[in-house]
Ligand binder design. Structure first.
Ligand SMILES: Cc1cc2nc3c(=O)[nH]c(=O)nc-3n(C[C@H](O)[C@H](O)[C@H](O)COP(=O)(O)OP(=O)(O)OC[C@H]3O[C@@H](n4cnc5c(N)ncnc54)[C@H](O)[C@@H]3O)c2cc1C
Length: 395
């Protein structure tokens, strides 16, 4: 027998400050009314809705957690809630905002000098300049220390960059790329990793698009090819050297993914719940079968726990206490949870589950990328394993 239903038994609203509630409500409204209606079409066509960039900017999504330079200055929980709402619609749209914010604006903010900040941050917050982050290479993925991209210092102080970056979100439309390269520096026996701001139009810099993706289709992905690209010394990010530079950026981005994944899981769970109440087989709604209820309960409970983890870690981040290993935990477990939910939701929708208009298969395909990028599931397992055992199992 049917009775009143309540899709979520956990409500974090009482734990949120007024500002966080307002940010969340306006992000949810924008994503539902503006993004959801157009996403399936873009996904199928394999196009990124570029006209939305200015709207993302107007919503304060670009550089949201940064202070000053035209950025919204959101606290970590409010920022996380915007990521959740974006990814409830599509991981590719969230990826666009994550890359712009956490992988490009954040390193300029954290490692750049004032001239670099003034030059890029306000324009990027307004969506007038787009950025990308080049770490991965054809031969260097989980092991970024093996990168081959290099920067040679010239007698006049310029640097000349050579190498290739692969799988770079937004690279074909980027005005500026944060490129991580190995530099031979005086007084240091080994080359050291440094970040460079490489601009569109510089000779020898190109960003061919990667076609044929069956995941994250509403996000543009490309390579970065660097053929004797000469950049002035002023394009180097002065505030960091070594792998901790790119890894610091990834920690920022993974934090957002930890929240975003909860959104993707909520998206597929809500679809499956609604569908199971409408669809009848054997003269009763799918929701009335014990096996379907078990699937819904597993999803519901897993989402609640993941949300609590995100909220708890968000509060730690607000107090400056969140560690990179905790962020590995958040990214790893919440993405795996979302992927499980997407598979389960797909099964509840039966044949309709594979159709674009039901928005589940798209999440499932997207989450396969999210499972792998920003540190694979396995690599985060090793990071957490190292922290709890003291044993390094990476190599
Ligand atoms: C759509 C998309 C967008 C992306 N955007 C960006 C971007 O904007 N910028 C950027 O720099 N990169 C980006 N990436 C790259 C992404 O971060 C890498 O794909 C990821 O780091 C994994 O590297 P890889 O693909 O080379 O896999 P590999 O490192 O070759 O790993 C393959 C498999 O081996 C496993 N493995 C590797 N090492 C170990 C180990 N020590 N122990 C156990 N298992 C191991 C991995 O977990 C994985 O399962 C993107 C990727 C995709 C697909």
């Amino acid at each position: 027998m049917a009775s009143a239903s309540q899709p979520y038994l956990l409500d974090i609203t009482p734990e949120l400050a007024e500002e966080e509630r307002l940010v969340h409500a306006s992000a949810a409204d924008f994503c539902r009314s503006r993004l959801l209606p157009i996403i399936a079409e873009h996904y199928e066509a394999g196009t990124f809705p570029r006209d939305l960039i200015v709207e993302f900017a107007r919503m304060g999504f670009l550089g949201a957690p940064l202070e000053g330079y035209g950025c919204a200055g959101l606290n970590p929980v409010a920022y996380g809630l915007t990521m959740l709402e974006l990814e409830k619609v599509d991981s590719g749209l969230r990826s666009f905002c994550s890359v712009q914010t956490a992988l490009v604006m954040w390193p300029i903010f954290a490692y750049g000098d004032e001239t670099q900040k003034q030059r890029w941050l306000p324009a990027m917050a307004r969506g007038e300049a787009i950025g990308c982050f080049g770490l991965t290479e054809p031969g260097s993925g989980s092991d970024p220390g093996s990168m081959r991209t290099n920067a040679r210092r010239e007698p006049n102080g310029d640097y000349v960059l050579n190498g290739e970056k692969m799988w770079i979100t937004n690279s074909p439309i980027a005005d500026v790329a944060v490129v991580w390269a190995k530099v031979v520096e005086e007084g240091r026996p080994d080359p050291v990793v440094r970040g460079f701001l490489v601009e569109r139009g510089m000779q020898g810099f190109s960003t061919p698009e990667i076609h044929g993706k069956l995941s994250l289709r509403a996000s543009i992905t490309g390579s970065i090819v660097l053929e004797d690209v000469r950049v002035p010394a002023s394009s180097m990010l002065p505030g960091v050297s070594g792998l901790k530079g790119p890894l610091g950026c990834l920690t920022q981005a993974r934090y957002g993914i930890g929240w975003g994944a909860v959104g993707a899981a909520m998206g597929v769970y809500e679809r499956a719940l609604e569908y199971s109440k409408d669809r009848k087989q054997f003269n009763r709604p799918l929701a009335g079968f014990q096996l379907t209820q078990q699937k819904l309960v597993e999803m519901h409970n897993a989402i609640g726990k993941s949300l609590l983890l995100a909220l708890h870690f968000g509060r730690l981040k607000q107090r400056g206490k969140l560690t990179s290993t905790q962020v590995s935990w958040l990214k790893r477990d919440n993405v795996a949870m979302a992927l499980d939910c997407a598979r389960t939701a797909r099964s509840i929708l039966g044949g309709n589950g594979i159709m674009g208009e039901f928005h589940v298969m798209r999440h499932l395909c997207n989450l396969e990328t999210v499972y792998t990028y920003e540190g694979t599931h396995e690599v985060h397992t090793l990071a957490i394993g190292r922290a709890i055992t003291g044993e390094d199992a990476f190599t």
